[in-house]
Ligand binder design. Structure first.
Ligand code: FE
Ligand code: FE
Ligand code: ZN
Length: 277
């Protein structure tokens, strides 16, 4: 079964996202837990969450992805900012207990000149605290392109965080195709080798979701510019190999291409014709 979806606006609530997903032929989706720039979340509506859960069960949805605001920085220099990241994730996790199908995706952070090692240490401290709290929602670290001082540009950096957190079972990884390509992993010409490397360093059992994006910028550019599927430097053939790869094809694939929901629907329909059932 092909698990494909796209990023959706959460403005109309949880059930509305499930309905929006169905309307574009999706059986998974992603949403920001609150304004992507941070700030307050909407008031929790438990009935709305339960209505979504019912809809997703009825229509056999794959797991959905709740994305943390991208302004959170678990590696920030300022202690107050790190505390803000922790408090925000904890609040998100409490809310996500009402949608048990959700995975929680977060950018590891940026070391802002403190160095990768220091950054990894700060991220580890925040992530460990979250994991100690025993929320049931898996926490996924997203693979990053390496723009600026982003941590998580290599499988080694991600694995160091996981190691430092005692290889906690609720810690996973979300692989963003645009980001790893921009970070210098050749998923176009050497997909098997890249996946073997991921398996050797992190372990493919930790990989729980794919952000499916083409890239506006060239290989190893360390930029983070998503492009429509087939219109960028990754290209349609490579994307088709990714969705059909025996080690990936069971995962939820989520589009974050620069599209509105209708445009995502067109991409989803096209990708469905390329998925080998
Ligand atoms: Fe992201
Ligand atoms: Fe992403
Ligand atoms: Zn991105």
């Amino acid at each position: 079964m092909f698990n494909i979806g796209c990023h959706l606006s959460s403005a109309k609530g949880m059930l509305a996202m499930g309905q929006d997903a169905l309307s574009v032929g999706a059986n998974t989706f992603q949403f920001f837990t609150r304004n992507p720039r941070g700030g307050k979340a909407k008031e929790l509506d438990i009935a709305d969450c339960e209505a979504l859960n019912d809809l997703m069960a009825e229509h056999q949805f794959a797991r959905i992805i709740a994305h943390a605001p991208y302004t959170l920085n678990m590696a920030a220099k300022d202690e107050g900012l790190r505390k803000f990241a922790l408090d925000t994730v904890v609040d998100d996790m409490k809310r996500l207990s009402y949608t048990p199908s959700a995975l929680y995706n977060i950018h590891p952070g940026s070391h802002v000149g403190q160095g990768v090692e220091k950054g990894i240490g700060l991220i580890t401290a925040v992530v460990s605290k979250i994991l100690e709290m025993d929320f049931q929602t898996p926490l996924l670290l997203e693979t990053m392109s390496g723009k600026g001082s982003e941590v998580g540009r290599s499988f080694e950096e991600i694995q160091t965080i996981i190691d430092n957190c005692g290889n906690h079972q609720r810690l996973g990884v979300c692989l963003d195709t645009c980001h790893v390509w921009s970070a210098g992993y050749d998923i176009v010409n050497k997909l098997d080798e890249v996946l073997d490397e991921f398996d050797a360093i992190i372990g493919l059992d930790r990989l729980q979701a794919i952000h499916l994006n083409d890239s506006m910028t060239p290989f190893a550019s360390n930029k983070d510019r998503h492009e429509h599927i087939g219109k960028g430097s990754i290209g349609l053939d490579a994307i088709v190999r990714i969705i059909n790869h025996p080690k990936l094809r069971h995962l939820p694939f989520c589009l974050e291409t620069p599209n509105d929901t209708k445009g995502h629907g067109v991409e989803i329909a096209m990708l469905k014709t390329k998925y080998l059932e």
